[in-house]
Design a binder for this molecule. Structure first.
Ligand SMILES: O=C(O)CCC(=O)C(=O)O
Ligand SMILES: [Fe+2]
Length: 224
């Protein structure tokens, strides 16, 4: 499921983040991928160990923790601390698939990447190109969102970032291991949850029964 989650960061948070990123030291994005990814990746990232990455990553993580739509859509079990990237002057990232299993920091074990996330930090009219293109069984989807908005999509999808021919595209990106590994099951739960929210107040008995169904499906399918 490809889902647009608006307003993860406020305009003030985005502005503060962009100011800090514009003054930051950047490193070659190829440092965090294997040989296959390095062949198609032409962007820059904040160094993994940089204090700024940690500080801004915590702002993103705590904004997500408070976002009901993000929780309903991803059912997160754990996430990799966000990284930050920058594309400009023709920077791009060709078609690739994200790694299936990644190491968590501080030897905290591993994460299975179920869901890939990009949080846009530059306003779309300040750069040309930079669309995230996600390919799935229904074709290719082009995504370019307002600053502060998030796109989530299955990590199993091939995806790429179009070259940025004017301006600068800044973003945060990260991976989530979901309680629900299967994208189809996660989508069903999300649709059920969304309908229950809409019904709330209308028919308390029906809402109670459907809430039971939701939790019992989650109980069947969740892996912790
Ligand atoms: O910049 C983006 O939107 C996506 C980056 C990406 O696909 C990756 O780093 O694996
Ligand atoms: Fe990727």
């Amino acid at each position: 499921m490809l889902l647009h989650i608006p307003d993860v960061l406020s305009p003030a948070q985005v502005t503060r983040m962009r100011d800090a990123l514009n003054a930051a030291d950047w490193t070659d994005g190829r440092e965090t991928v294997g040989a296959q990814g390095a062949r198609v990746k032409r962007n820059q990232q904040l160094p993994d160990g940089s204090p700024l990455r940690r500080e801004l990553g915590e702002v993103v993580s705590s904004a997500l923790a408070k976002h009901p739509l993000y929780h309903a859509a991803t059912l997160p079990l754990r996430m990799l601390p966000p990284r930050f990237n920058r594309y400009r002057g023709g920077g791009h990232y060709g078609f690739h698939v994200d790694g299936a299993v990644m190491a968590l920091p501080a030897e905290a074990g591993q994460l299975r990447g179920d869901i890939s996330c990009t949080l846009f930090l530059s306003e779309p009219d300040t750069y040309d190109g930079g669309e995230l293109i996600v390919s799935d069984t229904y074709g290719e989807h082009e995504v370019k969102l307002p600053a502060g908005d998030l796109i989530v999509y299955p990590s199993s999808s091939l995806h790429r970032v179009q070259a940025v021919s004017r301006g600068t595209r800044l973003a945060a990106f990260f991976w989530v291991q979901s309680l629900i590994r299967d994208d189809g099951q996660r989508r069903l739960l999300f649709e059920l949850d969304t309908s229950i929210q809409r019904l709330t107040g209308a028919d308390p008995d029906a809402v109670l029964q459907l809430t039971g169904v939701y939790h019992n499906l989650l109980r069947r399918w969740a892996e912790t």
